[in-house]
Design a binder for this molecule. Structure first.
Ligand code: NAP
Length: 245
């Protein structure tokens, strides 16, 4: 378990990122929680501290290089190192291909893919010097399967899996592993927005017959962040109830 390790989690104020930060903290990691909204992030950090853990909140946008640098500086100033980076921040701007606006494409690719690139590059500098690191990218089952109405989102998540493998090859010699978790449909604000009919159609595609929980994803991240996963790199672990095999 990641006891004493320093973990940066992006998009940590709610949903899957929040569960990941809380799970890492519960297992002894010191947390740097990053999000555009400071209020939710500070509340999450307060929750960790109340339970005796260590955490700091950083307001930052993963698409802005200066914010990303500040996030790394904050981790090093507060805790002296960066052991784990979880690239979790993500957005959707769904539309059918023929109606998708340039801005919708750009916004999703920027946050989901460029954001992960900027954070990985910045964290890898510190991790390479330390000769230790774990980078975990939160992709999606739809990056593997495709999904109608999500050309931008699916492309960003498929790209993130490519980034995972490329970075895994480059950083392995520095003892930095890079893996992805590809969640299926998880009950969070992101999926809450879906119409009931769409949710029912999704459920019949899931052999385990339920939506996943944010904790299901946090458990996989916990494993990839731990010492026990040291010989795993460049992999995409599906946590999807069997929806895609
Ligand atoms: P969520 O509830 O919408 O939370 C996303 C978080 O990311 C929010 O806290 C959001 O901040 C933050 N964020 C958005 N843009 C950001 C930026 N530019 N910089 C920093 N933080 C930013 O989403 P979720 O369902 O927990 O999803 C988390 C990750 O899992 C995403 O990458 C998503 O694509 C992936 N995923 C989710 C599902 C699912 O079914 N839910 C399935 C597969 C993959 P605000 O609170 O300020 O908006």
């Amino acid at each position: 378990m990641p006891k004493g390790k320093v973990a940066i989690v992006t998009g940590a104020s709610r949903g899957i990122g929040r569960s990941i930060a809380l799970a890492l903290a519960a297992n002894g990691a010191r947390i740097v929680a990053v999000d555009v909204s400071l209020e939710g992030t500070e509340a999450m950090v307060a929750e960790i501290r109340e339970k005796g853990g260590e955490a700091v909140a950083v307001q930052g946008n993963v698409t802005v290089s200066a914010d990303v640098e500040r996030m790394i500086d904050s981790a090093v100033e507060s805790f002296g190192r960066v052991d784990i980076l979880v690239n979790n921040a993500g957005i959707t701007r769904d539309a059918l291909l023929l109606r998708m606006k340039d801005e919708e494409w750009d916004a999703v690719l920027n946050v989901n893919l460029k954001g992960a690139f900027l954070c990985s590059r910045a964290a890898a500098k510190v991790m390479s010097k330390q000769r230790y690191g774990r980078i975990i990218n939160i992709a999606s089952v739809v990056g593997q399967m495709g999904n109608s109405g999500q050309a931008n989102y699916c492309a960003s998540k498929a790209g993130l899996m490519g980034l995972t493998k490329s970075n895994a090859r480059e950083l392995a010699r520095r003892n930095v592993t890079v893996n992805a978790v590809a969640p299926g449909f998880i009950a969070t604000d992101m999926t809450e927005a879906l119409p009931e009919k769409v949710k029912q159609e999704l459920l019949v595609q899931i052999p385990l017959e339920r939506l996943g929980t944010a904790d299901d994803i946090a458990n996989a991240v916990l494993f990839l962040a731990s010492e026990q996963s040291g010989y795993i790199t460049g992999q995409v672990i599906g946590v999807n109830g069997g929806m895609y095999m």
